[in-house]
Design a protein around this ligand. Sequence first.
Ligand code: IFM
Length: 481
Amino acid sequence: MNFSLTRRHALALPLQALALPEAIAATSSPIPPASIHFGPNFNFGVSSSAYQIEGAVQQDGRGPGIWDVFCHQPGHISKGQNADIACDHYHNMPADVALMAQAGIKNYRFSVSWPRLFPDGNNIPNPQGFAFYDRLVEQLQKHGITPWLCLYHWDLPQALQDKGGWTNRDTSARLGEFAGYVSHHFKDRIAHWMILNEAAVHSMFGYGMGSHAPGLRGKDSWFAALHHLNLGQGLSIQALRANNVPGRIGTVACCEPIRSSTNNQADLAAAQRFDAIWNGSVLKPLFHGAYPEQVQEEFAPLCQTGDLANIHQKIDLLGVNYYNRLHIRADPASPIGANFGPTQEPARFTVMGWPIEPDGIFEILTHIHNTYGKPEIFISENGYATADDSKVSDIDDMGRITFISDHLNFVKQAIDSGVNVSGYFVWSMLDSFEWNDGMKWHFGLVKVDFTTLERTPKRSYFWYADLIRQNAARTLQASNP
Ligand code: IFM
């Protein structure tokens, strides 16, 4: 049986033809979906981002973004790869949405591409860009999938980078305008708005460490980018409120408990400092209107009158991206004197070298709940990578199933202990472009062959479908006793 979808025949393939190859299906998954129970209103979903999947970077009036430029400069991306085509989701979108629907996925978080919507980073919209997302939302609605729209997932128009990008305070105002325009266009069709994805990661790797676009290094550009992202987020929330969007408004942060790599004084201090920047400088100004004490002096020159009030906005829900704890050591070569280090205890790791620490999700959820006024949280990203050189095992991905179910169990424990968690979104639906690592790591429930663009659902896709179905059935029983 042909169980794969290709661009050519994706739409023609009957839905019931989707199945795992028999040899793989014959062995059972270690964690039966029936053992994972969530309440009637829990939102299971998948997440993606525009640049990582869309491709079509020069089509229909899209302008250049910072990642287009960065990818085409030699030495930045593993194997010299780029996302010019990526998953070609731009052309495969209806089939990709149908794949979600077939798994019973009811929630999809995606981001819109700023350079596709405003190619020159100014206020002149690109109607063809808007038309693509109109079609996407229409397809999602047709299949009963709720769109969760994220406004900014790292793809700044190059025209704005030419003026300094996030080191330029003016970019905050530009994001606010962008948010106003996009929310006005989509406001009657979107029930969940997310402003940013992972301000800490974007500012650190793009403007501090230089491994992501636009490739800047140094503490000044790092802190400026982070402050201006925070400010842009606050202005965007206000723009959405001014537009009276009927949907709920939130943002997405990567929140990870921080550990010191050793008990040395220098590493312990580095870990505290890292925590204040990575977690604290995103969440504290948003929820409490102040930067953490340890870094207040460093942010002071960037903070103009009214900035902290503009950043300190009420949100309706917080998206938490969690992958693992961060283990930190002192590093004089780092712009902030701290860097990633080894784990103190022996640990298991994914192929990317990320420690597998499902209990860390409980720790961070509890911490946010207790520190920031019990906000409603959804897990906006959590996922597991395999490597591009794995073959059958990439489809027979027991490791991913174990990873997801272990994390879900800790999410459930957090809910049972009173934390308000309303959803869980797997990163990601499709294998996609993994930034400076190119196509090296595969996070998808669905395998993408980057040469043929063929889609092949993995074991985890079927497992997740079962999990959603069984929880929905439970929901029905709960509401019709
Ligand atoms: O692919 C990324 C995503 O863009 C942001 N969060 C982490 C994912 C895995 O690295």
